[in-house]
Design a protein around this ligand. Structure first.
Ligand SMILES: O=P(O)(O)OC[C@H]1O[C@](O)(COP(=O)(O)O)[C@@H](O)[C@@H]1O
Ligand SMILES: [Mg+2]
Ligand SMILES: [Mg+2]
Length: 338
């Protein structure tokens, strides 16, 4: 018998003594928006949804028409739900807040409505990334405090991958589950139960065109992977859509990294709606996610569009990166202790 996403959520909610149904109602808004976006993507070349929207977002990126459509779909499907206090989107300069009746507005959702925008026009996998927090009780209005919480305060996180099939990968802190959209019934059906990220893998993923700009220790780590010094043969894979590169890493293991560059000294990817949700999924699946030395989930966000370097992958892969940067420090400490 099949298990749909809603059935899975209701089942999980039974284990939550104070569950009110608000959470599954919230998630139904996410899946509705995902289906609207999926429908547009499937006929992108036919329904005039490719190309730029002719405006620039706060990141300085030219918005694609599909960025705008996906953003509006999520803002609408989530905004009409009273349990939502605030929405933060990659495409909106400021949080979108709602005045809710007392006892409502329990949740804050942050999202990247369309990830991999540079791949839309060339029909390559793109995605939607989301992360859910509880609004802070002591905060009367849905202000920044509720939005700027560290990743380990996430109630749930996930992404939708629009690829050969459309998949929703989700965690609420009790394992990672994958659901595939069955077009014959229009529902996300459980297809990947309790996903585990392999400790090691044979792929590394990084935009090496920027390698000359990477800090030394990232370059030596990549060198290590290329010459298989770690006793493991690696091949390179880079799609340029974070969701797609992460999804492969989740299934096959290996490592994805986006180091600091000259153009993005703090990294290119955004902490709140790219790194944090994927870090929660990675860690729930047995992997690790760091910003070069610290766990992503422990970082205290300073701003809603804050960027961060990201190294995420199988436990041994990321530990190997950490060992590499610690080696010179250890060597130096040894010398100093002489
Ligand atoms: O072209 P680059 O520098 O390799 O960057 C690719 C990265 O940028 C992104 O496209 C940024 O995300 P958006 O498309 O949501 O802005 C990631 O999906 C991807 O990993
Ligand atoms: Mg993105
Ligand atoms: Mg985006």
């Amino acid at each position: 018998m099949i298990t749909t996403f809603q059935q899975h959520i209701l089942h999980q909610q039974r284990e939550v003594p104070y569950a009110s149904g608000d959470f599954s109602w919230l998630l139904s808004g996410l899946t509705l928006a995902a289906k609207m976006i999926e429908a547009k993507i499937r006929c992108a070349g036919l329904c005039n949804i490719v190309g730029t929207a002719g405006q620039t977002n706060i990141q300085g990126e030219t918005q694609q028409k599909l960025d705008v459509f996906a953003n509006e779909a999520l803002l609408h499907c989530l905004g009409v739900r009273d349990c939502v206090a605030a929405l933060v989107s990659e495409e909106n300069d400021e949080p979108v807040t709602f005045d809710r009746p007392p006892g409502e507005g329990k949740y804050v959702i942050v999202f990247d409505p369309l990830d991999g925008s540079s791949n839309i026009d060339v029909n390559v996998n793109v995605g939607t990334i989301f992360s859910i927090y509880r609004r802070k009780e002591d905060e009367r209005s849905s202000g920044l405090d509720s939005v700027l919480q560290p990743g380990n305060c996430q109630v749930a996180a996930g992404y939708v991958l629009y690829g050969p099939s459309t998949m929703l990968v989700y965690t609420a802190g009790r394992g990672v589950y994958g659901f595939t959209l069955d077009p014959t019934i229009g529902a996300f059906v459980l297809s990947h139960d309790r996903m585990q990220m392999p400790e090691r893998g044979k792929y590394y993923s990084c935009n090496e065109a920027n390698a000359a700009q990477f800090p030394e220790h990232y370059r030596s780590y990549l060198e290590d992977l290329r010459i298989s010094k770690a006793g493991q043969e690696y091949s390179s894979r880079y799609i340029g859509s974070l969701v797609a590169d992460f999804h492969r890493t989740l299934l096959k293991g290996g490592v994805f990294l986006y180091p600091p560059t000259a153009g993005h000294p703090e990294g290119k990817l955004r902490l709140l709606y790219e790194a944090n949700p994927l870090a929660l999924i990675a860690e729930q699946a047995g992997g690790l996610a760091i910003n070069g030395d610290e766990a992503i989930l422990n970082l205290q966000p300073r701003g809603i569009h804050q960027r961060t370097p990201l190294v995420v992958g199988g436990r041994s892969e990321v530990e190997r990166f950490l060992d590499l940067i610690r080696e010179p420090q250890l060597a130096r400490a040894e010398v100093e202790s002489l």
